[in-house]
Design a protein around this ligand. Structure first.
Ligand SMILES: Nc1nc2c(ncn2[C@@H]2O[C@H](COP(=O)(O)OP(=O)(O)OP(=O)(O)O)[C@@H](O)[C@H]2O)c(=O)[nH]1
Ligand SMILES: [Mg+2]
Length: 251
């Protein structure tokens, strides 16, 4: 059995840093893990990747050879990953079987992981009940209600597309004051009071989005700071509950 956590989120939301901090947290708990970098364009990663997409795909060569711009090259790279999906799946199976958890750090722009073909090929290779998405809410983007709803809508879109269980993680919580974090957590329970304060079209849209999001059910939101380590214990405990219900490898 392979337990997989796909770390997804908007560009710069803290995916790579969270992969690193979560890995270090797991180490202190004595959990075993496999770490995977799925970003072909990243130059530096702070963790030791057990599987690295850069071993399969040379992003700079794509740029030079096909004279592509940065986004075109990323799309070409994402579509190339599909060609190697069997190898990647076998690598994950081999290493993941002997790990408590497989952490997958996905590429910068969310659309590359969420909407290109390879992601479906990859996620469908493993059972749904041993996979989860950790969708990152960047603190910098969700401290007002319209930002919060927009990112929630994006999370819903990704969940719809990949059809996997999901948890929400609010990254860079150290950048927010306690009362701001509490306000965002309160929006998660009930966004309508804040929506009522919006005017015009924004209010109408926000109401519709609020309803759509509430249909998706109660999804927990975990504030986490990779910088201070705050919240990693609760996030770790949640992953532990998802993957090994009743066991205590992280709690
Ligand atoms: N203050 C603070 N900064 C953070 C935290 N996590 C990440 N950052 C910063 O946010 C920036 C982006 O972090 P990354 O981990 O590279 O984000 P990413 O989502 O992997 O970025 P891309 O893969 O390029 O989309 C970096 O400057 C990090 O140092 C955090 O918990 N607190
Ligand atoms: Mg990254």
């Amino acid at each position: 059995m392979v337990n997989i956590c796909y770390i997804v989120g908007t560009a710069g939301s803290g995916k790579t840093t969270l992969t690193d901090s979560l890995q270090r947290f797991l180490l202190t708990k004595g959990a075993s893990f496999t770490t995977i970098n799925l970003d072909p364009a990243v130059k530096h990663i702070p963790y030791q990747a057990d599987i690295d997409i850069r071993d399969y795909i040379d992003y700079d060569l794509l740029v030079d050879e096909y004279k592509l711009g940065p986004n075109g090259a990323m799309i070409a790279a994402a579509d190339l990953i599909a060609e190697y999906i069997t190898n990647i799946r076998e690598d994950i199976e081999e290493l993941g079987e002997s790990s408590d958890i497989v952490l997958i750090d996905t590429a910068g722009q969310i659309e590359l992981f969420a909407y290109r073909a390879f992601s479906i090929l990859l996620t469908e290779s493993f059972p749904q009940d041993t996979s989860t998405l950790a969708f990152l809410f960047d603190s910098a983007l969700v401290s007002n209600i319209t930002g919060f709803l927009s990112i929630s809508l994006l999370a819903t879109s990704v969940q719809l597309r990949l059809n996997l269980p999901i948890i929400h993680v609010m990254t860079k919580s150290d950048l927010l004051k306690d009362h701001q974090i509490e306000r965002i957590l309160a929006w998660k329970e009930d966004p309508y009071e804040a929506i009522e304060e919006l005017g015009g079209m924004s209010r109408e849209y926000a109401l519709q989005i609020g309803q759509l999001i509430s249909i998706m059910g109660d999804i927990p939101l975990f504030p986490v700071s990779s910088l201070t380590g705050d919240g990693l214990d609760l996030l770790g405990a949640q992953l532990s509950r998802i993957f090994v219900a009743g066991s205590d490898w992280l709690i």
